[in-house]
Design a protein around this ligand. Structure first.
Ligand code: NAD
Length: 497
């Protein structure tokens, strides 16, 4: 049996022991209320375990512990190089546990095991390691003040950080926040989505094993309206780093305004335009990238290229190339290393995506591919790669679907393409395909998005910032800019008189 077979992973899954409790202080424990909720695998509807359903009482405990840890300096006052050593060990432990963590991720959210192994876990470890490497290389500033004064500008950890994250890349979205937040010396409380608690719970003990002191990193599984809301409203949480939907992001800002004005950073939804001009350098490569841009991770991607804008003269040819390629991404068993598309995260999301497909049909969009539920006999939640030709007014052309549904629009001029691209409340990502250097630069400047791809899609690296314009968010994850979220700037004046 090899790690390239379905049987290998099924066998491994059958022997996997799954931790389901919260991690508070330095230990795993049940929620204060004793309540649990079922963890259902979207692969086949099987219950994997009963997860601790934390609530406001657990939040109070965890915040008190986090505050004490921050104040006594057990982590916040360690030398940067010491924090770096611990976080590098943490990253190594994540990598050493790649198979176990990838399996947990796939069982929990249904993404293909090949992606969990190749993307989620290594990228998570890399983002922790990169931030760890950075922390003893960031200098503070001395301002050019008058001769008899020194103006020092220093960064200090903000204090207690709550990280509230979604389910599409559970570990990776958490690590984008943990790296800089822990690196800067904060105490962090992680709240995973109720749809994807398993890797968050598991890594708490790995962080302790790496040498993170007790109380510096805690994990509170549970629901948004209980744990999430209690963290957002808590008077002793200094910073709320959120990734999720725009709707919930707005609630986070409101909760901050109505409590202690904690810093709120938002990584939110998108409806990203992928513009293909007739002079794109390689239409086959562009079509393949356009398919991956929407079907990778079952379309459960904040940056999904969900709106394909194609110049009218090549539209039919281009759509045909996507339709020819897409069946290779048809959903398969997520534990089969050959599968390139897996299951939708749960039955709620399945129904939401099918509802959008239905609205496309009802509003007169032209279905070109897919549109049906797949693998029903499995007991899990799967949807075919789906392509619609739409008009700008259609619901599926405007709203984030967060599933494998592509909306295709035609355009005749550059101006029309850019106007259509920017006609959205979102501004996370955008792409443009052209051989014309000036058109590429002009378009990239005109697109109101935090990330613009030219002749590529979904390139990703920890070295560059990621985040959105407009209602796609506030602030940036990744790169050295991420430290801005988790630090306060302090100005200290010193008189030399
Ligand atoms: P969501 O907003 O439903 O939930 C996100 C998190 O917030 C979860 O942990 C959830 O439990 C919690 N939550 C829900 N309601 C809450 C409340 N009232 N108070 C406090 N917390 C609450 O989003 P989701 O369905 O988990 O994730 C999908 C969304 O995330 C999509 O819109 C996607 O575009 C976005 N996303 C954005 C990025 C990015 O970097 N911009 C990355 C991944 C996902």
């Amino acid at each position: 049996m090899s790690d390239t077979s379905l049987t290998y992973w099924q066998e491994k899954a059958s022997r996997l022991s799954i931790e389901t409790r919260a991690f508070i202080g330095g230990d795993y424990r049940a929620a204060a209320s004793g309540e649990c909720f079922p963890c259902v695998s979207p692969i086949d509807g099987r219950v994997l375990g009963q997860i601790a359903a934390c609530d406001a009482a657990d939040v109070d405990d965890a915040v008190r512990i986090a505050r004490a840890a921050f104040e006594d300096g057990r982590w916040s006052r360690q030398a940067p190089r010491e924090r770096k050593a611990v976080l590098l060990r943490f990253a190594e432990l994540l990598l050493a546990r790649t198979e176990e963590l990838a399996l947990l991720e796939t069982l929990d959210v249904g993404k293909p095991i090949r992606d969990s192994l190749a993307v989620d876990i290594p990228s998570s470890a890399r983002s922790i390691a990169w931030m760890a490497e950075a922390i003893d290389k960031l200098n503070d500033e001395i301002a050019p003040t008058p001769h008899d004064r020194i103006g020092m500008v220093t960064r200090e950890a903000v204090g207690v950080v709550a990280a509230v994250v979604p389910w599409n890349f559970p570990l990776l979205m958490a690590c984008w926040k943990l790296g800089p937040a822990l690196g800067a010396g904060n105490s962090v409380i992680l709240k995973p989505s109720e749809k994807s608690s398993l890797t968050a719970i598991r890594i708490a003990s790995l962080a302790m094993e790496a040498g993170l002191p007790e109380g510096v990193f805690q994990v509170l599984p549970g629901f948004g309206h209980t744990v999430g809301a209690a963290l957002a409203r808590h008077g002793d949480v200094d910073c709320l780093a959120f990734t999720g939907s725009t709707r919930t992001g707005k609630l986070m800002l409101k909760a901050s305004a109505e409590s202690n004005l904690k810093r709120v950073w938002l990584e939110l939804g998108g409806k990203s335009p992928n513009i293909v001009f007739a002079d794109a350098p390689d239409l086959d490569a562009a079509a393949k990238a356009a398919a991956y841009a929407i079907f990778f991770n079952q379309g459960e991607m904040c940056s999904a290229g969900s709106r394909l804008l194609v110049e009218s003269s090549i539209k039919e040819d281009f759509v045909r190339r996507i339709i020819d390629f897409a069946p290779r991404l048809y959903p398969g068993h997520p534990l089969d290393p050959a599968s390139r598309m897996g299951a939708i995260v749960d039955d709620i999301q399945l129904k939401a995506v099918l509802g959008y497909i239905e609205s496309g049909r009802r509003e007169g969009a032209r279905l070109r591919l897919g549109g049906e539920q797949a693998r029903k006999e499995s007991g899990g939640y799967y949807i075919e790669p789906t392509v619609f030709e739409v008009e700008q007014g259609h619901t599926i052309a405007r709203e984030e679907i967060f599933g494998p549904v592509l909306s295709v629009l035609g355009f005749d001029t550059d101006e029309e393409a850019l106007a259509l691209a920017n006609d959205t409340n979102y501004g996370l990502a955008a792409a443009v395909w052209t051989s014309d250097l000036r058109k590429a630069h002009r378009s990239a400047k005109a697109l109101r998005a935090g990330v613009v791809y030219v002749n590529c899609y979904d390139d990703d690296d920890i070295t560059v910032p990621f985040g959105g314009y407009k209602q796609s968010g506030i602030g940036r994850d990744k790169s050295l800019h991420a430290f801005d979220k988790y630090t306060e700037l302090k100005t200290t004046w010193i008189s030399l008189d």
